[in-house]
Unconditional design. Sequence first.
Length: 345
Amino acid sequence: MGVKAVKVFFNGWVVVIGVLSLAVAFIISSADRIDPEIYVWHQYPVMFSPLIVLFNFSLLVYWLVRRKFWAIIPVLALVLNLKFITSIVGLNFGENDVNNFTGKKITVSTFNVNYFSYKKDVNAPRIATEMANKGVDILAMQEFEPTVYFNVDELRGEFDCLPYSSINLDKDRIGIAIFSKHPIIRSEKINFENTGNGALWADILIHGDTLRFICNHLQTTGYYSTYGQGIKSVFKKMEENFIRRSNQVKVVRALIDSTRYPVIVCGDFNDTPHSFVYSSMKGDNLQDAFEKARFQMGGTFFRTLGLLRIDYIFHSKELETLTYFSERSDLSDHLPIYSVLGYKN
């Protein structure tokens, strides 16, 4: 086989792989509209969205260098995945609205704190200091648990910059907490069925206005727990947890829809912006604060090379995102994310 024949053969296979990648991109682009309870298979490729996007960028460069018409294949795939690209890369080049806003402002943050013991460090004091330095008004924490170094009261003491709190530490539950500078009028926990995950909401009085703040920790994907058990176990666990998250988001969505106050919905959703969970939680009446992010990568989970965004801050349209940001941190396997929100009565 001559050199030319080898090139034709190789390029033929690149075209075939590109078409397959385009098909996967199409499946990913439609996954947010399909309930995993009805049909779960669309959700699997969603977890690999970053790899699909990176592959198609590489494929586009390959065909452009060779000046071939086949570049249209990765272009179409990237267009189909444009929602994912804009949800993982902050593309707001406008001026920061914080200083120009004349109404009231609050800074909110959500952080999966990994039991305050990421890399076996004692991280609670450092996390509390970080929140105080950022001027956070309301903080949602997932995987909030007392440690051998700090009991619950001592943790409250560490976060004395946020004197009001609501915490769910029920037996066999993964801890979840809301801390606030402003009075918490009422709060209630939501324990999801057949799991340790849950949600927690609090009505918070801020300068005479009441906001409902909902902190979520949805079901983990679970594939780390199946290492060494074979690919069938991995897919079975993922399927179970896709369906669990679907049920959990419906519970939270019902709460959002029955709430008469403006809402802030945040937390660790354990799912990507292409997912049914994301689109259901956001609905038609919430906004994703990340849309105002300055130019930055939006990944919030380290174990996927920082390419997956699974932590979110949503809010109702009575509020306005003035800025959104995250920072590298060695305090957890998640990044803390922050948003300054503006509101008028």
